[in-house]
Design a protein around this ligand. Structure first.
Ligand code: SIN
Length: 309
């Protein structure tokens, strides 16, 4: 039994892989992912120029997850084109580029370059909550349309969207109209929950420095929100758009729940940060045990099969 899956014409040896933003900035980190049981290699969101990111402390773990305000630290998109070429020489795993930008022109330049590169999929980040003065595009449907209308015809590689959490179905419906109009191939939901604040009552200070302590929340805190978003999109998209579920996945049982809700594959962020690359093998093994115990033959049999009360 394995947890293989396929998106368009690409095979993923496992439906469990890393989420963009965790241990995926340098070539060394990407090579570690290539050598691990991660089913794909998702690279850090990149921008036109290299960025140091926000001031430290900017990422702090808690027993229930973590809060971060990284601010897109990355080496600039040209490096990730180089890295993808090097990694492709050593692995057949799908490589997913993650694209960020501060203008439509930025996104266009980067997507155009990745369309001619060795990456297999291009994920457009519409949801970074940590950029002072730049709101999450995914909450502005007009801006999202303006952006996608410029990106979608730049090449043949499948385009996906990294989405923020939507806390109302009407917002998901609006996003689905856009997803259908621009023939988006996959969505990744959800990004960390922006504008969250964790306070240390002893010191009377927030845990992180940027944005007066407000940043993206992930881990256990957000799993029910992520599951709800996956299910909402699954119901609206009816299996026509691939869904990568992400948010608080620690165990094979969590993956099983995301599959039931409608995810085709899942990404691991906080647990990968805390446990390192061995988490992929452990979580996959736990998932396989559950599938076997429940007599499922593969992950496809589970996707979207949540039973209702
Ligand atoms: C960051 O670099 O600030 C996190 C990335 C993201 O939330 O998209």
């Amino acid at each position: 039994m394995n947890t293989k899956t396929k998106l368009l014409n690409k095979y993923f040896n496992s439906c469990i892989f890393n989420a963009s933003g965790v241990k995926d900035i340098t070539l060394k980190e990407l090579e570690i992912l290539a050598g691990s049981n991660s089913g794909a290699i998702v690279m850090k969101t990149c921008t036109i120029e290299p960025r140091e990111g926000n001031h430290n402390p900017r990422c702090v773990s808690t027993p229930l997850g973590l809060i971060q305000s990284m601010g897109w630290p990355n080496l600039g998109y040209k490096k990730y084109i180089e890295f993808a070429k090097k990694i492709k020489e050593k692995t057949t795993k799908p490589i997913i580029a993650s694209v960020g930008g501060f203008s439509i022109e930025d996104y266009k330049t980067i997507v155009e370059a990745f369309q001619k590169s060795d990456v297999d999929f291009i994920e457009i980040s519409l949801s970074c909550p940590n950029l002072e003065g730049h709101s999450q595009i995914g909450y502005d449907f007009d801006e999202t349309e303006k952006l996608l209308s410029q990106l979608i015809n730049l090449g043949k590689k499948p385009i996906g969207l990294k989405l923020p959490a939507y806390l109302d179905s009407a917002l998901q419906e609006k996003m689905v109209e856009i997803i259908k109009k621009y023939k988006i191939s996959f969505i990744t939901c959800i990004n960390s929950l922006g504008n969250s604040l964790i306070i240390d009552s002893k010191s009377e200070k927030p845990l992180i420095k940027p944005k007066k302590g407000r940043g993206g929340l992930s881990g256990d805190y957000i799993k029910p929100i992520a599951l709800g978003n996956v299910q909402g999109f699954y119901n609206l998209l009816k299996n026509k758009v691939f869904i990568f579920g992400v948010g608080g996945i620690k165990t094979g049982e969590d993956v099983f729940e995301f599959l039931l809700a409608g995810a085709n594959a899942v990404q691991i962020g906080t647990t990968f940060e805390k446990e390192g690359p061995s988490c992929f093998q452990r979580i996959e093994k736990e998932l396989v045990e559950i599938l076997q115990k429940k007599n499922y033959k593969n992950v496809q049999e589970v996707i979207g099969k949540l039973k209702f009360l």
